[in-house]
Write a protein that binds this ligand. Structure first.
Ligand SMILES: Cc1ncc(COP(=O)(O)O)c(C=O)c1O
Length: 446
């Protein structure tokens, strides 16, 4: 029996929808109290990368809680935080060797932005405060991260509280006026950032923040091979810190630990979240090199972002166990291999009505729906295509993640897939079959 507001005391994420009650997770599947099975095609919110019910991780977290669940990061360190930082340093890009642990992606992006600002003030550049970010883009739901994000429907009631954040167009070939065909296109190459920095005055800019591969905001758009090296050069030339937000696409999701690995470019600050702990505890991280942390160490002495649950043993133990499990079972390379299978099989959906584009890397895929394939015209928002598809998919026992508004801020419908890295070929076949059923049902309603 599904639950809905106000029949119970829970204030649900949506107040007009029903919520099935999940009682168990097994591998790539979720099971509700009535025994209905859902294929977890997006790992919840891109979180369950190891799959559900991994006893090694459960045992490690419970062992940590039995020994000590919580100590304040104000007074103590703990073995789980030390081990997690060592493991992540071993996997990190370039000089990103020091880690601050928090319990959500929004908290970590907020901390990274504050760190960038604090770094410039402590280096004697108090005029550097502006954040530049791409549109479409999403970086979290606290007020500073909401300011950095460009998702209008999340921002609309809170505009009076948000900062002005100058934008560059995100690398998004399917929606670029050049349609990805122009090799010299400044949007697709990243060169557009330079013009924006010069317009603002680089001496006022603290940081440029962006996702290295698109998450749901651009439906897994993959920038060109030279994109991030161009961004690195521009940021260096103008003394702007580059923050890579890998909350959604990091921790192996695109087939490499960092989504930036294939680009050969290293950011100044990197944020991860979601899949680092596989969902066995809330966990996010901010990675910095010594050249940045030392400025604070020599100055104020601390990142001014104290939170009760930062560096908590229980949360870090989940990260340690999840990363060890990924490593022992070679799941990141499996993600790359099974990602190729997923994208090959999804290719069959291109021929279906209203499938405009399918893109992504590793076990991350975005499927963009359009009213007209030739012109790429989106459906009007009132048609609620993404929402109707998502509920049809749930009816067919497939969980996907919808996104709207990417075409012009209001219109645009896409759904995302990001299954656990343990997914089998047979289960990928199930994703494609259930996707097809859901789309046929939605198209039948038109
Ligand atoms: C790119 C990106 N950054 C930040 C966040 C915020 O993370 P959280 O929802 O854990 O606060 C998200 C969440 O979806 C995200 O996709």
């Amino acid at each position: 029996m599904a639950r809905r507001y106000p029949d119970t005391h829970v204030l649900y994420r949506h107040l007009t929808r029903e919520f099935p009650l999940i009682v168990k997770g097994e591998g790539c599947w979720l099971i509700d109290e009535d025994g209905r099975r859902y294929l977890d095609g997006c790992g919840g919110a891109y979180v369950a990368s190891l799959g559900h019910g991994v006893t090694e991780v459960v045992d490690a977290v419970s062992a940590q809680i039995r020994s000590v669940a919580y100590v304040s990061g104000m007074s103590f360190t703990n073995r789980a935080a030390e081990t997690l930082a060592d493991l992540m340093a071993g996997l990190a890009l370039g000089d990103l060797g020091h880690f601050y642990f928090l319990s959500s992606g929004s908290d970590a992006v907020e901390a990274a932005l504050k760190l960038a600002r604090q770094y410039w003030v402590e280096r004697g550049h108090p005029g550097k405060s502006v954040i530049v970010a791409p549109e479409p883009g999403y970086h979290g739901n606290t007020l500073l991260t909401l300011s950095a994000g460009a998702r209008q429907h999340y921002r609309k009631y809170f505009e009076p509280w948000l900062l002005d954040v100058p934008r560059i167009p995100a690398p998004y070939e399917y929606r670029c006026p050049c349609r990805g065909a122009d090799q010299s296109c400044p949007r697709c190459s990243g060169a557009v950032l330079e013009k924006t920095l010069l317009r603002i005055g680089p001496e006022k800019v603290a940081a440029f923040i962006a996702e290295p591969v698109g998450g749901s905001s651009t439906g897994a758009s993959v920038p060109r091979p030279g994109y991030w090296r161009t961004i690195r050069e521009i940021c260096d030339r103008h003394q702007v810190l580059w923050i890579s937000d890998e909350v959604l696409v990091g921790a192996g999701r695109t087939g490499t630990w960092s989504a930036l690995e294939p680009y050969g470019a290293v950011p100044d600050i990197q944020v991860m979240g979601k899949g680092i702990s596989g969902g066995y505890a809330p966990l996010a991280s901010v990675a910095v090199p010594r050249r940045i942390a030392d400025v604070l160490a020599r100055g104020s002495g601390a990142l001014l972002h104290a939170q009760t649950f930062s560096h908590t043993p229980m949360m870090c133990a989940a990260g340690v166990a999840a990363i060890q499990y990924l490593r022992d079972h070679e799941l990141v390379s499996r993600c790359a291999t099974m990602g190729r299978v997923l994208h090959r099989e999804l290719g069959a959906l291109r021929a279906l009505p209203h499938v405009g584009d399918i893109r992504g890397r590793g076990l991350l895929a975005g499927i963009e729906f359009v009213a007209d394939k030739e012109s790429r015209a989106p459906f009007p928002r009132a048609a609620r295509f993404a929402e109707r598809f998502t509920s049809a998919a749930q009816q067919a026992g497939l969980m996907v993640w919808p996104n709207i508004g990417h075409a012009d801020g209001t219109d645009g419908d896409l759904v995302m897939l990001a299954p656990p890295f343990i997914i089998s070929e047979e289960e990928i076949g199930e994703i494609v079959a259930r996707f097809r059923t859901a789309l046929n049902n939605v198209n039948g309603e038109q």
